[in-house]
Write a protein that binds this ligand. Structure first.
Ligand code: G3P
Ligand code: MG
Length: 243
């Protein structure tokens, strides 16, 4: 199927409405009429790929310490919903495999952000790509793979998935080099550092430009008017009305 990006991408599912990076957050995005979701992939100690944003367990679970030091069995039973609301008590950290099966069943387009634990860039990227080859339905549109990690993107460069480079500070020669070197088709930029001139510079190179994280409808309208192709939002339903 052809790669067709949507203008509004649910951030970590729809993480303003449901606990981030969970199956229920993906379902929520789907319920809200969102067609694409983003989520973060990292490796737990035993080599299991899981959907999780932080290096530490504390903020979003009832566990403690670094996720890199825990086997999946040790985190599988953690509660990652009750920090968000009592409605989500008992929500679990999904494995990548579980998540892929869930979003494929909802027919969602996906942006897989490779977010390695420290020093695990190559391993995380290779396992993520291998999982996608084995578990993502061929009939679905290809996943957009992104990362702040140059090592991860380099590892992905020859796998024929569309790639995006994530940045949070502006250095044109640095991002141009990574994009060229890794055959990226997209630049994913912190919306706070975007200006009309910067958007024009990216678009002139024929790249897709995605902006994170946009929860304000007026800001989304402004970014779209500058030529931004898509925005990530915790409240994608708000932005959908403007897109
Ligand atoms: O992929 C867009 C956005 O998710 C990048 O930042 O920290 O929310 O993963 P972060
Ligand atoms: Mg992310």
């Amino acid at each position: 199927m052809k790669f067709q990006l949507e203008k509004v991408i649910g951030h970590r599912g729809a993480c303003g409405h449901a606990p981030e990076n969970t199956l229920v957050s993906m379902s929520k995005a789907h319920e809200l009429g969102i067609k694409w979701v983003e989520f973060d992939v990292k490796l737990a100690k035993c080599g299991e790929l899981v959907i999780f944003h932080d290096s530490l367990l504390e903020r979003t679970t009832n566990g403690m310490g670094s996720i890199a030091n825990h086997d999946f069995l040790a985190i599988a039973d953690l509660d990652c919903g009750s920090w968000f609301s009592q409605q989500y008590v008992g929500e679990k950290i999904p494995t990548f495999k579980q998540l892929l099966s869930h979003v494929a069943s909802l027919n969602l387009g996906i942006n897989v952000e490779i977010k390695p634990c420290e020093g695990k860039d190559l391993e995380t990227a290779l396992q993520t790509l291998d999982h996608l080859m084995s578990h993502w339905p061929v009939a679905s549109q290809p996943p957009l793979i992104s990362s702040f990690s140059k090592i991860a993107l380099q590892a992905a460069a020859n796998w024929h998935f569309p790639l995006g480079y994530l940045i949070n500070c502006w250095d044109s020669s640095a991002w141009e080099e990574v994009l060229d070197h890794c055959n990226c088709i997209a630049l994913h930029v912190d919306q706070k550092i975007l200006t009309p001139q910067r958007v024009a510079q990216v678009k002139k190179k024929g790249l897709l430009l995605l902006a994170y994280t946009v929860n304000d409808t007026a800001r989304a309208t402004e970014l779209f008017s500058w030529g931004v192709d898509a925005v990530f939002s915790d409240f994608p339903d708000r932005i959908l009305l403007e897109a």
